[in-house]
Design a protein around this ligand. Sequence first.
Ligand code: HEC
Ligand code: HEC
Length: 326
Amino acid sequence: MAKVLALVVAVFAALGLAYYNLFLPRQQPAANIKVEITPERVERGRYLVINVLQCVDCHSERDWGLYGGPPQEPVGAGRACLTRDTEAAGVNVGQENFPGVLCIRNITPDNDTGLGRWTDGEIIRAVREGVDHQGKGLFPIMPYFVFAKVADADMAAVVAYLRSMQPVRSAQTPQRQVDFPLNMLIQLWPKPVKGPVVAPEPSDRIAYGRYLATIARCEFCHTPRPMNSMEGFPGREYAGGMPFFLTSERIMYTMNLTPHESGLGNWTREQFIQLFRDRAVPRPVSLKENTLMNWSAFAGMTDEDLGALFDFFRSLPPVPYQQEPI
Ligand code: HEC
Ligand code: HEC
């Protein structure tokens, strides 16, 4: 009996492994498209990459001597790998003691070290579906599960801008290496985007504000959720109180963005926009006083877009602020 059971278990294990190897990560072929480069697309793409989606915040070294840690030149050329050794990696933005080696690569169009040889479809698939040009699942620090909501037209603009960047040759970085079982688990995350993704009309301010708050990841950072989970607590969307670590000594909590009095309840639209404008030029600060939110990048958002964000936040149900335990 025990032998039969062992056999059954072995067969299931083998089937499971075969499923894993054959079907994960879930993926569809990269779309066969060529984005037409127009000045309007490049301009829209620059705005999205730098001010809204903040691709360059993660894909560049940052200057933590300035408030918000603006990206350093060469912008987009990648940054030091996350490793087990936190000292060596310097400030690695809340990802201390990474279980392996993870390199955030060059997204400039360099042929050998950047995206020069990727097709447009491969770039779009990596950003929205979390699958690289070789069909491998990306680690979900890359927020593809959020970018899945970026509209097709905006994605084309992102590609147009990335193609227009100055190619920068960066150092060759090591292959990703992640400890078991996380290396298996991350292959479960990627998911194909099916059908057209369309943004709401900017004139529909609340719907457009929601779109911006999602793709600019205000939602991701300002919605409390259990540690190590991607799902927020139901009924507490945008209520803040999530702890963030810049270093082990610098812990900060996100603001409540709902219209409760502990959040944006007593704010005017003008005050909200002004807060961003005041931080457009980042002031020098020590690491202990710094923040993970790149204010100077968001400060480049237009009055219409910041205003739509405010209108959307004010349309939410008011939820009291509560700090999540660390
Ligand atoms: C919060 C940080 C973060 C943001 C924001 C971010 N990325 Fe990434 N990105 C990563 C990480 C981490 C990886 C590496 C994942 C891996 O190797 O498994 C990555 C990987 C990639 C890759 C695959 C590169 C390769 O050589 O395999 C591409 C392409 C990419 N990002 C483009 C973008 C673009 C375009 C944006 C903006 C729309 C963006 N990223 C925003 C963190 C980020
Ligand atoms: C990477 C995570 C992250 C993202 C993305 C993010 N925030 Fe924040 N936010 C924080 C943290 C951490 C704080 C607390 C520290 C601070 O004030 O900078 C904060 C604070 C704030 C504050 C209060 C600032 C003050 O001085 O009173 C506002 C307002 C705010 N965020 C709005 C937004 C909006 C709007 C978006 C989207 C456009 C956004 N945040 C995106 C992490 C984030």
